[in-house]
Design a protein around this ligand. Structure first.
Ligand code: PEP
Length: 253
């Protein structure tokens, strides 16, 4: 179902104590300032998921993972499975983040397997797609995103696809301080929604939440979120400060 969503991707940051403090600060800020109709999802590193889940249970946010294994279970040392996440009450997971693609060689084929496992285990995938700078400069950004969405998601049926959240994250905007303009974001989000319309029909595509990610902050969120096809944000750096993150949550009109 289409919703307004702000998700925080903490990446590999914070000690246990810092994470505990930040979770309570976010909870307090959300209690003070509210979150309106917005679903807030915090994605801390794996070791902090249980703590985050406990704090979330008494507060107003959900907890997601940043990734999980492409395998169901078994002899895969160091891996964490979708079923483990589900068994801990974790409801969401980021999948296919550009850092996973770049540093860990994740392909859309692998990400497609993870999407399937997520859905089998009732974990909502937050599927990340987006072009690198050279691809945008070469005018290939629409083709790149079309291929990513096609390979990782378009094997799903009409019901399953409506469980998926999409995050458009132009790689050139991630952690760089260079945000996509409001026009660039809306143009790509409308394009992505159009892909869903072609494949699944307008009724289904109208139900898909498409988030923007890439140097989104408390100053530019309101403009980005005012676009008709931008349903919220996936926030990296600015999710590490409670006041900034909650200001982003409260950036919807
Ligand atoms: C991200 O990594 O998902 C992200 C959007 O990072 P940042 O907000 O720091 O650009």
């Amino acid at each position: 179902m289409r919703k307004k969503i702000v998700a925080g991707n903490w990446k590999m940051n914070k000690t246990f104590q810092e994470a505990d403090d930040l979770l309570f600060e976010i909870a307090d800020e959300l209690n003070d300032k509210g979150r309106g109709e917005v679903d807030v999802i915090i994605c801390p590193p794996f070791p902090y998921l249980e703590m985050a889940y406990d704090i979330a249970s008494d507060n107003d946010f959900l907890v997601g993972a940043q990734n999980f294994s492409q395998w169901e279970s078994g002899a895969f040392t160091g891996e964490i499975s979708a079923s483990m996440l589900h068994s801990m009450g974790i409801t969401h997971s980021i999948l296919g983040h550009s850092e996973r693609r770049t540093y860990f060689g994740e392909t859309d084929k692998v990400i497609a397997k993870k999407v399937d496992l997520a859905l089998q285990h009732n974990v909502v995938p937050i599927y990340c797609c987006g072009e690198v700078l050279a691809e945008r400069e070469a005018g290939r950004h629409f083709d790149v995103v079309r291929q990513q969405v096609d390979e990782a998601l378009f094997h799903l049926g009409k019901e399953a696809i409506q469980m998926v959240i999409v995050a458009y994250e132009p790689v050139w905007a991630i952690g760089t301080g260079v945000t996509a303009s409001s026009e660039q974001a809306q143009e790509m989000h409308a394009f992505i929604r159009g892909l869903f319309t072609q494949k699944y029909g307008a009724e289904v595509s109208a139900e898909i939440s498409i988030l923007y990610g890439g140097s989104c902050n408390a100053k530019n969120a309101a403009e980005l979120f005012s676009n008709p096809d931008v349903d919220g944000g996936l926030i990296g750096g600015a999710s590490l400060k409670a006041a900034d993150f909650v200001a982003i949550v409260n950036s919807f009109e």
